[in-house]
Write a protein that binds this ligand. Structure first.
Ligand code: ARG
Length: 434
């Protein structure tokens, strides 16, 4: 760790303390971390709460942080930036880790890291702290992103260092007059933002068991969803959703509304055994109603507008994009280069997609685009067919030529013929030869 010695330090007579910027959620872990960082590392703590669309009262959180001893506390509304700079690029790439997880938690981490770095620079802080444990992906995403943006800053992750159980944390809080957040005891570990809700731990660790209903919060059970479909028409411009049912909406509102609409129809439940970057397979559950609906709609529009070769090449790039995002490489040259590729592919991804939300399913049931490559005149088997039937035979002659060539060149000998050819050749009679 490059610990640039503080400019704040050694100023005048008194030694000023060094500062640390803490990613602060208002939960027990980061509340305890404020006091722990002061005591253990003798640092001044600046608490930063970042709103990426999760529930909670930011203002109350901030006041609580100050009450515990944070020298200053910020509440940053990052929803718009999150939607425009992180969610939309991920959508253009149809980003789904291992084909299942829309990377909701993973794409918020680099943004949070960026905001922490901004605050650290503004505050002249030397360190950044986050509340991640040593077993997850998020610690990697934070550390790698901070390192990419500000390699001069040191990183402290209290929960990787301290060895407190939850009960011990509660005792620590009681002994240090830290108000324990009054929250209904939740048997799971959750993370929420506009793009989805992640939920793990507790009974969910038994991968053979169906996730209980109490682990779900954004979606109704498909069994209890209305027995009548909800149709929604999503308007896209250059790969980005811009309207719902003809009404122009900003990104945050569009995502929030679609989460509600799709969630009410039981859409977006995901149950996945996933490969963490740290080598562990873990059972993760998600609720991503808007993400699942938008990715399906977007893919369907792309299928109509993009050429076969762009679609095929893009699928490979999408997988790479998803993996690097999952693995904490958001602020990397490869992600930037892939984004440039994705943007180019989206130039004509404009149009409308009609989706039927019904009992856990989001099915695309119609799509149209001014740039559609789908030509009914060419596709139809009915009257009005424009396809030139006479060219089919010639095309197939050329298309099949390589394989006919192979068939005549790669002659495999029959076993009998092989045996015969291996038998010693009859000696030519000397006589004959002479
Ligand atoms: N497995 C997901 C990921 O690595 C989600 C982690 C979410 N964290 C949580 N506390 N539930 O991106």
């Amino acid at each position: 760790m490059q610990r640039s010695k503080s400019k704040v330090k050694d100023k005048g007579a008194g030694k000023a303390k060094e500062k640390i910027v803490l990613a602060y959620s208002g939960g027990l872990d980061t509340l305890v971390a404020i006091r722990w960082l002061e005591e253990r590392h003798d640092l001044e703590v600046v608490a930063v709460s970042i709103d990426v669309g999760q529930p909670g009262d930011m203002k109350a959180n901030i006041e609580r942080a100050k009450g515990i001893g944070a020298v200053s506390a910020y509440a940053v509304d990052a929803k718009q930036e999150f939607a425009e700079e992180y969610v939309w690029p991920a959508l253009k790439a149809n980003a789904m880790y291992q084909g299942a997880y829309p990377l909701s938690t993973a794409i918020a981490r680099p943004l949070i890291a960026k905001i922490l770095v901004d605050v650290a620079r503004k505050e002249g802080a030397q360190f950044i702290a986050h509340g991640c444990t040593a077993k997850g992906n998020d610690q990697v995403r934070f550390d790698v992103s901070i390192g990419a943006l500000a390699p001069e800053l040191g990183i402290i992750a209290p929960m990787r260092e301290w060895v407190m159980t939850r009960e011990e944390e509660i005792d620590y809080a009681k002994n240090n007059d830290i108000p324990i957040p009054v929250k209904k005891a939740c048997p799971y570990s959750t993370d929420e933002n506009l793009w989805g809700r992640s939920c793990e731990c507790g009974i969910l660790e038994d991968a053979s068991q169906e996730p209980p209903e109490d682990s779900r919060a954004w979606t109704v059970s498909p069994q209890k969803a209305p027995n009548k479909p909800t149709y929604v028409e999503i308007g896209f411009e250059k790969g980005i959703p811009v309207s719902l049912d003809g009404e122009k909406l900003g990104p945050v509102e569009l995502i929030v509304r679609l989460n509600e609409l799709a969630g009410a129809n039981g859409v977006g439940r995901i149950d996945h055994v996933e490969d963490r970057l740290v080598g562990i397979k873990s059972r993760e559950t998600y609720e991503c109603p808007a993400a699942v609906t938008l990715i399906k709609a977007h893919q369907s529009l792309e299928g109509m507008v993009l050429t076969k070769d762009v679609l095929s090449y893009k699928r490979g790039a999408e997988q790479r994009y998803s993996e690097l995002t999952y693995d904490g490489y958001w602020f990397s040259p490869l992600r930037e280069a892939l984004d440039a590729f994705m943007d180019k592919t989206q130039e004509f991804v404009t149009g409308t997609v009609r989706v039927k939300l019904y009992r856990g399913n989001a099915d695309v049931v119609g799509r149209s685009s001014p740039y559609s490559l789908y030509n009914e005149g060419l596709a139809t088997y009915a009257k009005g067919d424009e396809f030139d039937h006479t060219s089919a035979k010639g095309f197939i002659y050329v298309w099949g030529l390589p394989l006919r060539t192979v068939a005549s060149a790669y002659k495999v000998e029959e076993p009998a013929a092989k045996a015969a050819s291996k038998a010693p050749a009859k000696k030519p009679s000397k006589k004959g030869k002479a």
